[in-house]
Write a protein that binds this ligand. Structure first.
Ligand SMILES: [Zn+2]
Length: 76
């Protein structure tokens, strides 16, 4: 019975991850920038002095935080 609970707990984050895997986000290629953006035309991204790069979300989400301007509309 205990194994079943552990299995269920492991399954939830795994399904969430697979959904996010294909998602593309935009980052400012600046070493001081610590955010990633859902929208290429985000006002905070336009301030970026260097290149804007499109990357998979799972490449950057460990090192960067979600931009509050881009992600505030999505309640989840
Ligand atoms: Zn943004």
């Amino acid at each position: 019975m205990k194994k079943l609970i552990v299995f269920a707990l492991l399954l939830v984050p795994l399904t969430t991850m697979s959904v996010e895997k294909s998602k593309k986000v935009y980052i400012c290629n600046d070493k001081y920038n610590t955010e990633y953006h859902a929208n290429e035309k985000c006002p905070r991204l336009i301030d970026c002095a260097t290149d804007v790069k499109q990357v998979a979300i799972d490449e950057v989400k460990e090192f960067r935080t979600a931009c509050k301007t881009c992600f505030k509309k999505r309640k989840r």
